[in-house]
Structures are given as C-alpha cells and as structure tokens.
Design a protein around this ligand. Structure first.
Ligand SMILES: Nc1ncnc2c1ncn2[C@@H]1O[C@H](COP(=O)(O)OP(=O)(O)OP(=O)(O)O)[C@@H](O)[C@H]1O
Ligand SMILES: O=C(O)C1=C[C@@H](O)[C@@H](O)[C@H](O)C1
Ligand SMILES: [Mg+2]
Length: 175
C-alpha cells in the first residue's frame, strides 16, 4: 500500500459523495468519487453504462477504478454497491473505512426520483430496502468506523473525524 486513504461506504443516499467532499476540504486532503471517476474514464454516465454494457461490466470497471484511486491516498467515496465485489473488499482492507449508516426510509427519501439505475423498479422503496438489508452486513464487516449518517452533513463530517481520531489513538498502556 502506498498511501492510507479514508474510504466512505454505505448505501445510495447515505451521503458518501456529499460528506466525502466536505471531509476532504476540512482535512485538506484530495477527494475522489469513484462513480465520477468511472464516468470520466468511460465517457458515459452510470445509467448509460448500465444500459449499454450491463451491471457486470460496470462492476469490473468499478473494481479497477477503486484499486487505482486507493493508491493515491486522500478521501475516496465509493458507489453504494462497490464493496459487494470481493476485489473491492480486498482493496479497501488496511485503509480507514467509514460506514455511513442510515435507515432505508431516510436513505431512500434522499434518492427517490433520481436516475440511479438500481432503483429503476416498480417499487423503488422496496428495492432500496432489499438492497440495504442484503448489503448491511458487508458494510459493517469492512468498516473500521461506523457513523450515523442521518444528520446534517457538517455533523456527519465532524463525527467521521472523531471516529477516525479515536480509531488511530494508541491505546493507553494501563488498559
Ligand atoms: N447528511 C445529509 N443530510 C441531508 N441530505 C444529505 C446528506 N448527505 C447527502 N444528502 C443529500 O442526499 C442526496 C444523496 O447524497 P449523495 O449523492 O452524497 O449520496 P451517496 O451516498 O454518494 O449516493 P450513491 O451511492 O448513489 O453515490 C443528495 O441530494 C445530497 O444533497
Ligand atoms: O448501490 C449501487 O449499487 C449503486 C450506487 C451508485 O453509487 C452507483 O455506483 C450505481 O448507481 C450503483
Ligand atoms: Mg455517491
């Protein structure tokens, strides 16, 4: 590993992109959103990639992008499904991984009506809840810090900073 990154994981709408950008500004680190980097490399939007190349190809590109950007350090926000790919889980291991935790109701309310392809469903709220239930154990397993994301962005950024600090503090010799 060349540089330690702060990696944000969690479901759609948990605020990975929003909080990641604000956190990077606050700590003077670089910021990369892997969804944006995938779109830049492919020259297509994510809905276009899903429609023309399919989810399997999207996940292949996503895993490559995650591995590449983690080598650069800084704050890295992942897509909501990225850590379901084994190669991504291997790539984030050893970095600070922050799980932005949010309920299905609160997370879905933030992304309802957006063009996220996995919510193109007759019942997007149920689809969101099903995806979250399936992914939650994985978010938890890869996380080194878990933060309540159902708060205003500035509070979430502060809680992430505290969580990272606590996680890095050496334990007292007496305990
Ligand atoms: N803490 C917050 N409080 C209120 N609204 C928020 C918060 N964080 C993000 N939002 C809003 O929720 C929406 C989704 O946020 P964002 O794009 O950052 O989520 P994401 O986790 O990156 O989602 P995805 O997995 O789809 O990339 C945006 O409209 C954003 O402004
Ligand atoms: O939850 C997901 O699987 C996704 C979330 C977004 O960040 C994008 O990566 C894409 O829309 C897929
Ligand atoms: Mg995002």
């Amino acid at each position: 590993m060349t540089a330690r990154s702060v990696v944000l994981v969690g479901p759609m709408g948990s605020g990975k992109s929003t909080v990641g950008r604000a956190l990077a500004e606050a700590i003077g680190a670089t910021f990369i959103d892997t969804d944006a980097e995938i779109e830049r490399r492919c020259g297509k939007t994510i809905p276009e990639i899903f429609a023309t190349d399919g989810e399997t190809e999207f996940r292949r590109v996503e895993a490559t992008v995650v591995a590449d950007v983690l080598a650069g350090g800084g704050v890295v926000s992942l897509g909501g499904g990225a850590v379901m790919t084994e190669a991504v889980r291997a790539a984030v291991s050893g970095h600070d991984v922050v799980y932005l935790q949010i309920s299905a109701a609160a997370g879905f309310a933030r992304v309802a009506g957006s063009d996220r392809p996995l919510l193109a469903d007759a019942d997007p709220a149920a689809r969101y809840a099903e995806l979250l239930a399936r992914r939650e154990p994985t978010y938890r397993a890869v996380a080194t810090v878990v933060v309540d994301a159902d708060r205003d962005p500035a509070t979430v950024v502060e809680d992430v900073r505290v969580g990272l600090r606590d996680g890095r503090e050496p334990r007292s010799k007496n305990h």
